[in-house]
Each structure stands twice: as structure tokens, then as C-alpha cells.
Design a binder for this molecule. Structure first.
Ligand code: 3PG
Length: 307
């Protein structure tokens, strides 16, 4: 049984060592494809793989067609919008994620991004504090919850919106106020932290109207996906409101244009780094390996996302 780890953005060595330990300990073979630069390398590597561990690597219908023996794909992380679920399902391939395993790393980055923007991107001049400001959490999943808790610890008032959580006690337990609509969340948030997945419903859903409704001096923080942003709407809002700021872990397609037009009010990391901690790599990588072993040995399909 061959388990392929295909990571264009590789895991920390300690995580790879841990994955190897789990895979080989179960009597399987580990194959590594790291830092690949061409789709052809992935197509070749998956040809004889029974299982695949990936990060944001794109598992398209073409990749699935090339993987004749493939039975399971585990996205070591939360978002699985990089996997063609329909193509996998059509072949009977199980797709899983590892929810929660890299959430703390992403949540810490979201808080760091708020402070970075509040302090003028660490350049000279008077900044502001996040204490006392209102933080809106858009989607209260694993990352959103942690951002909310950390925001409260920093002295922020925390609001949240999540249409899939109907039990108010979930928010109450964290000292978080739940709001009734997306519109209300943006209208009241000095900092808005995005934690929605990229789906048909959410793509392009955050744009001009919501941004224009935010309080004076507001900052939108995106550690989710670039696809959820209506980039032209964002550009228009930034042009009309000189007080608005945007910081993102996933550079928009119009990044060069935004940089030129808005200077320090916009910032994007050079490469997505939310989950780039040794701890997150180890948590997610080892969970992925264990889930694969548990699937092959016991038929366990917990965390399957294409049921
Ligand atoms: C996730 O969905 O888990 C994060 O976006 C992390 O993605 P990465 O594994 O490519 O860093």
C-alpha cells in the first residue's frame, strides 16, 4: 500500500518524520513529492498511490484520473475546495480533511494581522490598539472560535455570525455576542475576521456593500480564501473610503493594482502562511496519516467530506 504525501508547500521535517512513523508502522510505504513545480510531477507521482495526503495542492479531475489505485485523499487542513469532490466521488474515492488541527496557527495569524495593521505595519508613526475595539467573526468554526477567544483575551468586544450554529449557548459560553445577519456584523465591526469556506454560495460574497457599511477606520482580515472576496468591490470600497484597510493571507488577483492604488492600507503575505507553524504541520500531518491508517485497517470514515 503506497501513501503519497504531495505538498507543493512542504510540511516541517518533524511532521514528515511523524507521518513516516505512522505509515511505516502500519506496514505501508511512504512516498514523498515536495516542492513540486509542475502538475506533470504530481500526475506521475499519483499513478501508483493508494492514498494521498495534500495541503492546498490541487486534486483535479485530471489528477484523479491519473491515480488509478487511489482510494483516499486526506487534505491535511480545513478547507477542501482544492479537491474535485465530484470526480473523487464518481470513482468511489473517500475525501477527508483534518478539522481543527491547524486552527490555532491560523487564529494566531489573524490576531497578529490586526495588530500589524493597527501599528502601521510596524513603520514609524502613531498607531492604535486593538483593546476596546469590536471584532466581528464571520463564521464560528474551529478557527473563528479561537480568534474570538484570543480577541476577548486582548480586551476586544467579540461579535459573531454563523448561520449553521443555532444554539446560542455556543456563543454565550465564549462571551461572544451573536448577531442576526451578515449585514449587522460588518456594520458593527472595527475588525472583521473572515472564516467562511469558499463554496458556490460564498464566492464573491464579500464586497462593496458590506465593506462600505463598516465603521470608520475598519480593517478586513482574510485568513480564509481569496475567492470569497469580490475583488472589484473591494477595490471600489477602498477607493471611496480612505479609512478602510485590508490584510490578507491569500493575495488577490488584483494585488499589484491594490498596492499601487492604496499603499499601506493593503497588505498580502507573500505565500499563504496561516498554517505554517511546526505545530500545525505536525498536528495536521499526523492526523492525516492516522486517518488513512484507520481507514484502511478499520474502515473508519470519520471526517469524510464527500459522503
Ligand atoms: C486550511 O484550509 O487548512 C488552510 O488554508 C491551510 O492551508 P495550507 O495547508 O495550504 O497551508
Amino acid at each position: 500500500m503506497k501513501i503519497l504525501v504531495a505538498t507543493e508547500k512542504p510540511f516541517a521535517k518533524k511532521a514528515v518524520d511523524g507521518i513516516r512513523g505512522i505509515v511505516e508502522g502500519a506496514g505501508y510505504e511512504l512516498s514523498l513529492l515536495e516542492k513540486y513545480t509542475d502538475k506533470a510531477q504530481l500526475l506521475e507521482a499519483v499513478a501508483d498511490a493508494d492514498a494521498l495526503i495534500i495541503r492546498s495542492d490541487k486534486v483535479t479531475a485530471e489528477v484523479i484520473a491519473a491515480a488509478k489505485n487511489l482510494k483516499i485523499v486526506v487534505r491535511a487542513g480545513a478547507g477542501y475546495d482544492n479537491v474535485d469532490l465530484a470526480a473523487a466521488t464518481a470513482r468511489g474515492i473517500v475525501v477527508m480533511n483534518t478539522p481543527g488541527q491547524n486552527s490555532n496557527a491560523v487564529a494566531e495569524l489573524a490576531i497578529a494581522m490586526m495588530i500589524f495593521m493597527a501599528r502601521n505595519r510596524f513603520t514609524p508613526g502613531t498607531g492604535s490598539e486593538i483593546q476596546g475595539k469590536t471584532l466581528g467573526i464571520h463564521a464560528y468554526g474551529n478557527v473563528g472560535k479561537l480568534v474570538g477567544r484570543k480577541g476577548r483575551a486582548m480586551g476586544m468586544k467579540v461579535l459573531a455570525y454563523d448561520p449553521f450554529i443555532t444554539d446560542a449557548a455556543v456563543f454565550e459560553a465564549d462571551g461572544v455576542e451573536t448577531v442576526a445577519s451578515v449585514a449587522e456584523l460588518y456594520k458593527r465591526s472595527d475588525y472583521l475576521s473572515l472564516h467562511i469556506p469558499a463554496t458556490a454560495e460564498t464566492k464573491g460574497s464579500i464586497g462593496y456593500e458590506l465593506l462600505m457599511s463598516m465603521p470608520k477606520g475598519a480593517t478586513l482580515v482574510n485568513t480564509a480564501r481569496k475567492e470569497v472576496i469580490d475583488e472589484e468591490g473591494l477595490r471600489r470600497a477602498l477607493a471611496e473610503r480612505e479609512d478602510l484597510k485590508y490584510i490578507t493571507d491569500i493575495a488577490p488577483a488584483n494585488q499589484a493594482e491594490l498596492d499601487e492604488q492604496f499603499g499601506k492600507r493593503v497588505f498580502a503575505t507573500a505565500k499563504k502562511m496561516g498554517a505554517e507553524t511546526a505545530e500545525a504541520n505536525i498536528n495536521a500531518g499526523l492526523a492525516a496519516a492516522s486517518q488513512i491508517v484507520d481507514f484502511f485497517k478499520n474502515g473508519t470514515t470519520r471526517f469524510q467530506v464527500n459522503k
